[in-house]
Unconditional design. Sequence first.
Length: 266
Amino acid sequence: MKRILMSISSAATGRQCQIYGYSSVASRNKAGFWQAWLAALSALLVTGWVYRVAASRLELVTDRPVLLPVPLSTFPAEVNGWVGRQAAIPEHIRQAGGNDDFLHRVFVQKASGRWVSVYVGYTGRPRTMVGHRPQICYVASGWVHEASIQAHVLSLAGKTIPCSIHRFYKGDAEEQTVVLSYYVLNGQIISSESGFSGLMWRTPNTSGDPARYVAAVQISSALENSVRTAAADMTEVILDFLPDRNGKVKAAEYYSTAESGISQTD
């Protein structure tokens, strides 16, 4: 009997030890869970804070205009027989364009009296220019898009200028306009925005490099011959004010702000 009681006591003691051991392991596991959860929460909070700081700094950088070495406001008042005067752009259109610099003038050819409207919009962040093309902007202003064709114009220096020519009208076609457009991407002329619409151009220009850019050029008038002639006469001078493939701005060599014939605020 004494042996039986001792066996029962030993078995009970063993079971009790097992229960205590299980309880101890469970407590340790529970404590480890909460420690891991707190560590994950802390990491999440720190990551969120770092992201907000980085995003804030990036926004400050990308909101800062990328300035050209020679402002477009210093563009000559007269170019190869064309005399220009400043044309205003509504503020909401300027903001929608998101340009870092721009030129908008009406030029009249002294010899013939023909006129053209010349617009050059420059941005150091090519991704902001996607979608700003005549087929969208003119239609948004009430024009009806009639047709667009690919074309080429020969500059005075003999350079081939690939471009697009668009036709628009209003009402019963009583008012018509022709727009010749092209882009200058890092010093290279292209006829459409397909050249900078890819993912690689959507990264922000955090360094503010003026040579990483796109410029939209639009020359409009009532007659196609007028826009073709103006493009041939003015493109070389327009290119002088934009960085070439090596980042060099030719206008900086021979032109200064003090020599400007027209101010952007006139």
